[in-house]
Design a protein around this ligand. Structure first.
Ligand code: DAH
Length: 339
């Protein structure tokens, strides 16, 4: 029996020695010390031993068990330590590495320009409103004095959803929505996206943005239009900016004009930026046509008004001296970050 115990111990220690993982050490524990293990089996043979030898035998079994346990425990501790060390080594953090850059978003030049325009008009007591991008022919054309056979319709060739429903070609449609509300006076600007079936080039895009303006009250005259837009130009392009109105035609205003501002690069003497003109065209405007007022239920004998429409991209391009509109839509972060 004594030899058998020696044998078991030797075999256990050999297996412990050969174990290269915690699971293996656990297997050794189960195989030798467990309920169905070798030592338990030996204990079961106790009944075949003479009663007087039993205490001695029991002690021997206990000593063997203790010895195996001790060696096993030491090996487990050693194994655990080396596993932990390997793990730490793998997870080591090099604090001298350059930090990951946190890319914070940036406002688009269009957004910066729009907020500037909104700030100016809100300062003059205007309300900022929005209209639908998907529009009825009536709001985009008919109610703005552009009947079905009007040539202005060709100039603004658009995307039709059905015969009567289209993507708006101009924010002027918001004028009609505001007038139809029947609340006077009106002092509003309406920024938004517009759509035209145009080829993409440096100055055109099938989708761009406009800011519409509309003022309707008693006794509004062209002088109000002029003063307001001159003030707008000064705030947007600088105190020294002068404005000039050239007669033009828009179906929904009468009289109509285009407004130029003195080139803010050369101050009006002519340079590469204004193509030697000294002036830069900036917006369309005019006194709201009496027929337009009438169609939306406003009495032109009581009320008059002025309107204007300005291209948002045009302002952004001018203000930030960007020479190609396509850059505004490419969303190249290296470009956008500059503004
Ligand atoms: N809707 C015109 C366009 O897209 C711009 C415009 C001109 C708007 C004169 C107006 C205006 O309100 O009075 O070309």
């Amino acid at each position: 029996m004594k030899e058998r115990l020696e044998q078991i111990k030797a075999e256990a220690l050999k297996q412990i020695e050969a174990s290269d993982a915690l699971e293996k050490l656990n297997e050794v524990r189960v195989n030798f010390l467990g309920k169905k293990g070798e030592l338990t089996a030996v204990m079961k043979g106790m009944k075949d031993i003479a009663p007087e030898d039993r205490p001695k035998f029991g002690q021997l079994v206990n000593e063997t068990r203790a010895e195996i346990e001790r060696v096993l425990e030491t090996s487990v501790k050693k194994m655990e330590r080396s596993v932990r060390e390997a793990k730490l080594k793998k997870e080591v953090i090099d604090v001298t590495l350059p930090a990951k850059k946190n890319n914070v978003g940036h406002r688009h030049p269009n957004t910066i320009a729009l907020e500037e325009v909104e700030r100016i008009f809100i300062g003059m007591g205007y309300e900022v409103v929005e209209g639908p991008e998907v529009e009825r022919d009536y709001y985009n054309f008919e109610a703005l004095n552009i009947p079905a056979d009007h040539p202005a319709k060709d100039e603004q060739d658009t995307f039709y959803i059905s015969g009567d429903i289209l993507l708006r070609t101009q924010t002027s449609s918001t004028q009609v929505h505001e007038m139809e509300k029947g609340k006077l006076p009106i002092r509003m600007i309406a920024p938004g996206r517009v759509f035209r079936s145009d080829e993409v080039d440096a100055t055109h895009s099938p989708s761009f943005h406009q800011i519409e303006g509309l003022v309707i009250d008693r006794n509004i005259t062209f002088a109000d239009l002029k003063g307001t837009l001159a003030q707008f130009a000064k705030e947007l392009f600088g105190e020294d900016t002068k404005v000039k109105f050239r007669p033009h035609h828009f179906p929904f205003t009468e009289p109509s004009a285009e407004m130029d501002v003195t080139c803010f690069k050369c101050g009006g003497t002519g340079c590469r930026f204004c193509k030697g003109e000294g002036w830069i065209e900036i917006l369309g405007c005019g006194m709201v046509h009496p027929h337009v007022l009438e169609m939306s239920g406003i009495d032109p004998e009581q009320y008059t008004g002025f309107a204007f429409g300005v291209g948002l991209e045009r302002i952004a391009l001018l203000k930030y001296e960007i020479d190609d509109m396509r850059l505004l839509y490419e969303n190249d972060i290296r470009f956008l970050k500059q503004f």
